[in-house]
Design a protein around this ligand. Structure first.
Ligand code: 0RQ
Length: 504
């Protein structure tokens, strides 16, 4: 472990996690590393949860405001939620205990676009950041920090926090050094400059974080692996969705909108459908594809290895158990084909628009006109959060939503008359794909979009109900541009709440 801490000053700050967390007090705003399953601090936060429990047992209330990159390891989220230690959470979570507390009104949750987080913190919307807890792979002689498996908002946390706890994790392969591109050119208006990325593999920054050693109050040593992302083999539904997406790419190539061999840089959300789509690319005969995304999943490793993908840019690695092993065993191959960046750059609207990213994200439901709900079950209960889906959807070259046509064994239709919560508007959604087909909404007016979405994407069981709604709405004397029956727009959701099924 010692050779991971090559700076003499910071080597003197090594202490235990239990000692380190004494620097965190009630009411503090704590900004930690972690984006998806990569790079969450491993020991400091469990120690903090323990300290919160002890302090509270002594009669003093103890909660913190927790800022992260995106989701963090599920243990971290769970332990802090179980001790009721989080007053405010920002910007993304995907863990059942935290979700329950948020939906019970016990935890404030601010769900924002991931590219906005750093800027909003600089703008002061979250007050003062008291302390940052950041996992790193090592500390160089001159005191710069080698990032670990995700970058997320770490650059910003190190810059803005009053105090810093570093976790130096010797499990992170030392060969990761050099894979990161930490850009220090961002500034608030009126001092902003163009971000000079014109290809997914462009490097515009430096491989390490800068840190003011005076702010580092503790260095904690760990040797603990990242949590493995859960991933199952693609099922028939995921494979069918992937098939439609791959056909669509061929269609775009024939239409002259994408280069035949390399397509355009891809972004794919997290989960089995995205993994299946990417996993299917090697059958398409493509070579030298690129990705400009925020998370890299297992499928990316195979695509890099067989030459289908030449370069993948991301802010985080979110690998399964098998993926982690493969990555560590062949790190020499992967490090030349992957760049990890701060999330304000991986998700930056300017870069996403310039590169012409193909955005592919999951959704809970879409309405017949193309408005998409990604976050709120039945319009009220948070699932995860908007994450990066809006950063990529709004600014992508082609913006796609991929989803099974039903949820809960068919009791919920993913296509409904009106979504009860909107994350992505009809103006942003260009393509919707379910296992039944692909609705290409580009260039279509609302009435035409509704026909295509119902015919191509809705589950056959729900098509008659949706057609009936559309026809009756359209027959209203004042049907307007986007016909609706306001008294029935949420009837599918009401039926589900009353009977347990949208079918009734
Ligand atoms: O519930 O987990 O209890 O089985 O939602 O659904 O079909 O497995 O799909 O894993 O792709 O998740 C929108 C949540 C889809 C995700 C969402 C229930 C369903 C199941 C999961 P169970 P699936 P996915 C990159 C970009 C926003 C963030 C984003 C998401 C569970 O894609 O969080 O895109 N997106 N980030 O049963 C009620 C419906 C439902 C429903 C599905 N209509 N009503 N429940 N479910 N549809 C990642 C990051 O930003 C880090």
């Amino acid at each position: 472990v010692a050779d991971r801490i090559r700076n003499a000053t910071l080597a003197q700050r090594v202490t235990s996690a239990a000692e380190a967390v004494k620097h965190i007090g009630p009411g503090d705003t704590v900004a930690i590393s972690g984006f998806a399953s990569g790079g969450t601090p491993k020991v400091t936060i469990p120690a903090l949860a323990e300290r919160i429990r002890e302090v509270r047992a002594g009669g003093t209330d103890f909660t913190i405001n927790l800022l992260t990159g995106a989701s963090v390891s599920s243990d971290t989220e769970r332990l802090l939620s179980e001790v009721e230690g989080i007053a405010l959470r920002m910007p993304y979570q995907s863990e059942p205990t935290a979700r329950r507390r948020i939906n019970n009104g016990q935890m404030d949750y601010v769900d924002i676009h991931l590219s906005h987080v750093a800027q909003q913190v600089w703008q002061g919307y979250y007050g003062h950041v008291d302390i940052a807890v950041v996992e790193v792979a090592g500390i160089t002689e001159d005191g710069e920090l080698i990032p670990s498996a995700s970058i997320g908002n770490n650059k910003t946390w190190l810059d803005v926090a009053d105090k810093i706890i570093l976790e130096v994790n010797s499990w992170v392969p030392a060969e990761l050094e050099g894979i990161h591109d930490v850009y220090y050119g961002t500034a608030l208006p009126p001092h902003r400059k163009p971000i000079q990325i014109t290809r997914a593999d462009d490097r515009i920054g430096q491989p390490t974080f800068r840190v003011d050693p005076e702010k580092v109050v503790a260095v904690v040593e760990t040797h603990a692996r990242d949590e493995a992302s859960a991933l199952t083999e693609p099922d028939a539904v995921s494979k069918a969705i992937a098939g439609h997406v791959l056909d669509f790419f061929d269609y775009e190539v024939r239409a002259g909108r994408m280069p035949a061999d390399t397509l355009l840089p891809m972004q794919a959300g997290i989960g089995n459908v995205a993994n299946a789509v990417l996993g299917g690319l090697d059958r398409g005969g493509y070579k030298n594809l690129t990705c400009y995304s925020e998370v890299l999943q297992d499928s990316m490793l195979a695509l890099i290895k067989d030459g289908t993908v030449a370069h993948a840019s991301s802010t985080s690695l979110a690998l399964s158990e098998a993926g982690l092993e493969e990555f560590v065993a062949n790190i020499d191959v992967y490090r030349n084909h992957i760049t990890l960046r701060p999330q304000e750059i991986s998700n930056h609207p300017e870069v996403v628009r310039r590169l012409g990213v193909i955005a592919m994200n999951g959704m809970l439901e879409a309405d017949i006109y193309g408005n998409v709900n990604s976050t709120h079950v039945m319009g009220t209960k948070i699932m995860n959060g908007i994450g990066g889906s809006g950063d990529f959807t709004r600014n992508g070259y082609v913006s796609m939503f991929l989803s099974p046509s039903t949820a809960r064994n068919g009791a919920i239709s993913a296509i409904v008359p009106m979504v009860p919560h909107i994350d992505h508007t009809e103006h942003d959604t260009q393509v919707i794909v379910t296992e039944f087909g692909l609705a290409d909404l580009r260039g279509l007016s609302p009435r035409r979009r509704a026909r295509v979405i119902i015919d191509k994407c809705a589950h056959p069981d729900y098509r008659p109900m949706l057609n009936d709604y559309l026809e009756r709405a359209d027959a209203m004397p004042d049907a307007g541009q986007t016909p609706h029956l306001l008294g029935e727009a949420f009837s599918f959701h009401q039926r589900f709440q009353e009977t347990g099924s949208m079918r009734g």
